[in-house]
Design a binder for this molecule. Sequence first.
Ligand code: FHN
Length: 431
Amino acid sequence: MTRKFAVALLIIFASTPAFAAPAAEATDPGAPPEAVQHWRSLRFGMFIHWGPVSLTGHEIGWSRGRQTPIDEYDRLYKRFNPTKFDADAWAATAKAAGMTYLVITTKHHDGFCLWPSDVTDYDIGETPFGRDVLKELSTACRASGIEFGTYYSVCDWHHPAFPKGSPAGKTTKPTADLDAYDAYLRAQVKELLTRYGPLLVLWFDVPQVYTADYGIPMVKMLRGLQPNIVVNNRAYAARGRKRTVGDFDTPEQRVGRFDRDRPWETCMTICRQWAWKPDDRLKSLEQCIHILARTAGGDGNLLLNVGPMPDGRIEPRQVDRLKEIGQWLKTHGESIYGTRGGPFKPAEWGASTHNGSRIYLHVLKWPGEALRLPAIGPRVTKASVLGGGKAEVEQTDQGLVVRAGEADRQAIDTVIALDLDAPAAGIQPLP
Ligand code: FHN
């Protein structure tokens, strides 16, 4: 009996009713407010969806039992050998993109683990590659000043104890045992939280039948291991529509609504697929900048996803796009990092952010010769275009009229800095 199998058996026995986790406690205390504010100040992160599935060019998890037969999908790891994987290069690409944090799929719905787990053999250690991707990537991120976070799929369509299976989580396994799966999940979450240093975030996904009875004690357990970690809203299936889960919401493939009360992060693919897809459609620089500006303008973070190739590289044209975003952030980053959304809510013309006594207008589409905005209390003492250029503002009790000449308007986003004689945070959000 292998050590891993013995450990797995121990976990299953330990999860029998006599030893089952204590009944779910009513609430998750949440992350400390300063931890959430720090996460929010980072504003722009890299999402990575990667695994042996990249050998097929189909979607991670979802193609198991669809484009790729289950048995074939589950054997991919035996030939997964991304010899060009270079964690320092990935971290450098995130840095060059102006990204401040990185979240990688440690285990997606297909159950494969990108680290050598003690409770399964379905992991990177059993591939020809063999190396601990999480160890190398977390080390490289820290060396580059990029904060490291982990995505972990709650549903596991490969594991015999998780009730739902492929395709698409729509089948039910005869071997289902949620107590046993909860023990497995907790053991893996503990591995993530005790092996790779302080994590910025645990990004859970698709809980399906994993309910709050399991999820709340599990989240409390992980917060005990890393009290400053931030947890998203997908750690478990919430009871009732009104229940909020975790520390932030996760609008997906869309810019979230303006909300300065509940933290949120838009997750979005830079192409169309989450995992590697040859010749996928790549978003333009304008699209990426507009998504970032509108997300920050709504008071949200943007987690922009790349799907690395089976050889371990991020596709060169995606690297180039990310570098272009980073170039833009070199001159415009102060209008994104550390800002809060508003006071002017996102609209057709664009969005606004603020920090201290400065408002940033992200004018994405000029509504003619001038931009007219509702009145604000503080006086505008100065107006300028980030990156160089002139802007004029007329301020009356009726509102602001903002102008910039054609030569001062910028193709993708004219960011106009308005310096005020009082903090912008005191201005109530305006339509
Ligand atoms: O099914 C997953 C999907 O593959 C991807 O990981 C996204 C990322 O947020 N989450 C789920 C879909 O909501």
